[in-house]
Design a protein around this ligand. Structure first.
Ligand code: ZN
Length: 191
């Protein structure tokens, strides 16, 4: 039986996605704990879609740097005012997880894309705006659709269902605040 030390878990996940990482950037990530490191990794391909090597500057941009700020358990209350293009049923590169179109990755060329669900939406709390990012699990839950159902419906009908479920409605949202105005949604409740 082989066991992977917990500090190796983050590096392994990075390598599995086809990235290389600068040692200093890895140190910063490891110091923040695995949950925060994975949140950064999840948003990395969205923010730096052409990067291959993860640099410390990019990690710092994605991490909330204010001392004493808690990255988890952040709460927002407001309204979803736009569903951005690129939301809904999408394809990802199986090697690097980037969003791709027509089975072509700008880094890995011709690949067999993997279907995924995501939402990018504008959120307005009356004072500030941010971009909400929904990964597959929370997309399925908040729109009440599974990836398999979305594949049967097709891209356009899936996007329509997302709009009907979310657009113009008020929500209480829990998740991870990331620099650059992005907010990774972990839980959402209509209010
Ligand atoms: Zn790729």
């Amino acid at each position: 039986m082989s066991s992977v030390p917990s500090s190796g878990g983050i590096l392994q996940k990075i390598l599995e996605r086809g990235y290389q990482i600068h040692p200093e950037a890895l140190k910063v990530l490891e110091a923040r704990g695995e949950e925060n490191a994975l949140a950064v990794l999840e948003s990395f391909s969205e923010r730096f879609s052409e990067a291959i090597v993860i640099e410390v500057k990019q990690v710092e941009e994605l991490l909330e740097k204010t001392p004493g700020t808690k990255e988890f358990g952040a709460k927002l209350k407001g309204r979803i005012t736009q569903i951005y293009d690129g939301s809904g049923l999408i394809q990802r590169c199986p090697k690097c997880n980037r969003w791709i179109i027509d089975d072509f990755c700008m880094v890995h060329s011709d690949v067999e894309g993997i279907w995924d669900l995501r939402i990018k939406a504008r959120f307005d709390d009356g004072k500030d705006r941010c971009t909400l990012i929904f990964k597959k699990g929370i997309t399925e839950k908040s729109v009440n659709i599974t990836l398999e159902e979305a594949k049967k419906l097709g891209e356009a009908a899936t996007l329509e269902q997302i709009r009907e479920a979310l657009f113009g409605k008020n929500f209480e949202i829990e998740g991870v605040k990331l620099n650059g105005g992005n907010f990774l949604v972990k839980d959402i409740r209509e209010v």
